[in-house]
Design a binder for this molecule. Sequence first.
Ligand SMILES: [Zn+2]
Length: 364
Amino acid sequence: MPASPESFFPTDYVDSRRRFLSAAGEAGAALDGRVHETARGARGEALWMDAARLGPPPGAAEAMLLILSGTHGVEGFCGAGAQIGTLQARAEAAPLPPDTALLMVHAVNPYGFSWLRRVNEDNIDLNRNFIDREAGAPPRNAGYDAIRAIAAPDDWDADANLAAADDARAAMGDRAWRAAHSGGQYQDPVGIFYGGDGPSWSSQALFGLLDQHLAGVKRLAVLDYHTGLGPPGYGERIAMHDPASAAMARLDSWFGGDVTSTHAGTAVTVPLSGTILDGIERRYADAAVSAAALEFGTIDNRHVQLAVRADNWLHHHGALDSPQGFRIKQQIRDAFFVDEDWWKRAVWERGVETQRAMLEGLAL
Ligand SMILES: [Zn+2]
């Protein structure tokens, strides 16, 4: 019998990495990874993006399910828990379809996972970093400029900041507020949801791994675990493909319609620029790519956003090693990881169902 789902979820990045590697070893997976050459973790540890591969080796698989965790650092508790559980339960699970590999990338943003941040070592939101830079300069988020004093203040007063955000949201309307606040911006390197001025370490490391592991793959399914939006414990499957594309039609069919679309406006997320799934789809355009985020709700959105603003203030203006610093770190951990059994079971079950549907779809 595999261990119970509640036990799959890690307590921090170091614990997560140790358990991921150990479960991968037990499952007989081939290991790969990239280490960050300069940044270090919150405990001084080296920062790795690890990969575990099951099924045929590179060059010998026609189909692949790729599962990503920790694209948004602190959200890695969720995705890594699902990955560790998947590895631990592998012996009892249905065998992989022929010619199909399963590749799990643990901690796409190891810095953010270790330091409990959504962003990476350069304050970059990786899920806004994968814009097509050959297509010209990224668009300016004018809405962000308008709320900049709320988004990235120099001084921190949580109650006043929350009240100002509530007022701005009421004045702008919820959708405009979310696009301004969270849609992504490329103009304020010390602000929130910053997409960066070039490819991040993580994007280069990830593509380095994938270039190697995707050799020969003609059908690629990608599942990227996220948290912080939607009803607590509910996992929304979110596609970022063109609504009229073959990829969207595939996901619709695999999930029996249980998938939303950022572009069609049916998702809990506003349309985002530069997502990791867009980046993968663009780079591996020769393959049939079917990609979805699995977004689990945690606490209410006002307080999730407040935690992100507080954390941004702390890392640019505050003292990490202070009572206020500890409070803000606990607050952002709680905003992206509900450290309770019912939530972990919900993540596990929805993740299993989603991965199974993708593996079955790949075999069609
Ligand atoms: Zn996320």
